[in-house]
Design a protein around this ligand. Structure first.
Ligand code: FAD
Ligand code: 2HG
Ligand code: ZN
Length: 501
């Protein structure tokens, strides 16, 4: 089912500039006038924009209900030429623009800070072509990930990435954030599977690089610059992507384990024993599981609670062969005491039930009063150490008395196979006392352990000031130079991505 949802809860959200003081509107940007709106109407037509306050609201608020901008205008172009005309005008007039896909960003990147115009990609949703031999798909950037995946399923193929936001997020947004997701372990990063892009530059120039070639060694690989650029140097309008064949045999198992060492052992063995059929290896801790159970209906999959859970998926072409491998692997896990309990899905419904737990963690946390989200990558061995250290730092470190602590939980889950953990710090309310304790403490910890402060969600407005913990001053300078070359007026997604101070 395709679920389109803008935001996790519906409580009132204060403006980003009120909640996080310190932002100043760039006075070089023009304020929108009626003449501008009339000009845009001449490009997108009467039905191609929104300026009614109530209808604007979901576009101005992010999925986490944390960031809220004040855009007076959403543009809904239907083709690349319209986007080119819009950007050319905005660049000349110095009107700032925020590109928006499915608005599922977890870094505050998809909503404005002030009055930037929102350019929504939701009407750019045409599948352009599919090559049934090579599996190469070309599509508009506004196609919803799940729609593409369902369309490909009928042809025996699948999208190379999958994430819990698939019912809302768009392939253009995935590429703009270089989303990782649940099967990166098997199908690799978008830097590998994206073969070509069509991008509109801030001055309106259309860069047509919609290559459908797997091999092309001519010149700089410019598309790579836009993968993970979070809408700051161009708007992705078209995508050419290599899609894998859908596996005929899929198995999913969930195991309960006693320690993080056991989680690591289970992963090592999975790589060894399941090798080429392993397609996902996810983990979550008991604290996350309790929050899931608090907010979603759950039929006991396991009779007892365990400190850790893993979800293992295999995908192959021969069910009997895969069943045998998985059974051997699970037997070993139980016999040598690495796993304490386990279930294997017997049909599609049970496969979905098991995935629902892992997929539902973000949604469950979204129902808590407030959450600080971190998506770090560090060597796997340090993942649990990091979570424990944060727990100690925030909850038992004595800064807040046990009773009065605004922190109610520190939970961890994520993509073990990619060395990527999602630390979620649950609080009674957004509280600068807590965020000041976490940042930059956590980022220093990550830098010290040769990690990245963002493994997959990107920098947006949540982490841009901390980029220096993951990149050298020379690299940041070069990034700023590239931004200035491509967007000299700074109109695309301002105030975000690169450090502003
Ligand atoms: P948006 O949120 O609309 O935008 C994200 C950024 O990209 C913004 O900076 C925006 O300006 C820019 N952008 C959007 N479209 C374009 C475009 N066409 N051209 C240029 N710039 C554009 N991320 C992961 O990596 N792995 C996960 O497993 C994962 N799971 C998630 C689960 C949930 C429940 C949620 C809510 C989010 C999750 N995310 C995950 C985070 C998020 O990055 C992804 O959902 C997705 O990649 C964002 O796509 P979107 O279309 O919603 O983009
Ligand atoms: C996931 O892996 C997503 O589920 C979201 O990247 C992580 O909720 C989060 O922090
Ligand atoms: Zn993730």
């Amino acid at each position: 089912m395709v679920l389109r949802r803008f935001s996790s809860v519906t409580r009132p959200v204060s403006l980003t500039v009120e909640k996080f003081p310190g932002y100043n509107r760039n006075h070089r940007f023009k304020k929108l006038t009626d003449d501008d709106v009339s000009y845009f109407e001449s490009i997108v037509g009467k039905r191609g924009y929104i300026c009614n306050v109530d209808e604007l609201s979901p576009y101005n608020i992010d999925w986490m209900n944390k960031f809220r901008g004040q855009s007076p205008l959403v543009l809904l172009p239907r083709n690349t030429q319209q986007i080119s005309d819009i950007l050319q005008y905005c660049n000349e007039q110095k009107l700032a623009v925020v590109p928006q896909g499915g608005n599922t960003s977890l870094a505050g990147g998809s909503v404005p800070i002030f009055d930037e115009i929102i350019l929504s990609m939701r009407h750019m949703n045409r599948i352009r072509s599919f090559d049934n031999v090579s599996g190469i798909l070309t599509a508009d950037a506004g196609c919803i990930l799940e729609v593409l995946d369902n369309w490909l399923a009928e042809k025996g193929y699948m999208m190379p990435l999958d994430l819990a936001a698939k019912g809302s997020c768009q392939i253009g947004g995935n590429i703009a954030t270089n989303a990782g997701g649940l099967r990166l372990l098997r199908y690799g990063s978008l830097h590998g599977s994206v073969l070509g892009l069509e991008v509109v530059l801030p001055n309106g120039t259309v860069l047509n690089n919609m290559s459908t070639l797997r091999k092309d060694n001519t010149g700089f690989d410019l598309k790579q610059l836009f993968i993970g650029s979070e809408g700051t140097i161009g708007i992705i309008t078209g995508v050419s992507i290599l899609t894998p064949l859908r596996s005929k045999a899929v198995n999913v198992a969930m195991l309960g384990l006693n320690s993080f060492e056991d989680v690591q052992d289970a992963f090592k063995h999975a790589r060894l024993e399941l090798s080429e059929i392993l397609s996902a290896f996810e983990f979550w801790d008991n604290q996350s599981f309790q929050i899931y159970k608090k907010h979603f209906p759950y039929k006991d999959i396991m009779t007892k609670d365990y400190p850790f859970y893993i979800l293992i998926e295999t995908s192959g072409s021969n069910k009997r062969h895969d069943d045998e491998k998985l059974t051997d692997y699970l037997g070993q896990m139980m016999n040598n005491g690495i796993a304490q309990d386990g279930v294997v899905a017997q049909d599609q419904k049970q496969i979905k039930d098991l995935w629902d737990v892992r997929d539902g963690l973000t949604g469950a946390l979204g129902k808590e009063p407030a959450v600080y989200k971190y998506d770090i990558s560090i060597p796997v061995a340090n993942i649990w150490h990091c979570a424990q250290d944060m727990r100690h730092h925030l909850c038992m470190g004595g800064v807040f008395g046990e009773k009065d602590s605004p922190v109610t939980d520190v939970v961890a889950y994520g993509h073990i196979g990619d060395g990527n953990v999602h630390l979620n710090i649950v609080t009674k309310d957004l509280d600068t006392r807590v965020s000041d304790l976490i940042e930059p403490y956590l980022f220093e910890w990550v830098a010290k352990h040769q990690g990245s402060i963002s493994a997959e969600h990107g920098l947006g407005v949540a982490k841009n000031e901390f980029l220096g913990y993951s990149k050298t001053p020379e690299m940041i300078e070069l990034m700023k130079t590239l931004k200035n070359i491509l967007d000299p007026n700074g109109i695309l997604n301002p105030y975000k991505y690169l450090p502003q101070t």
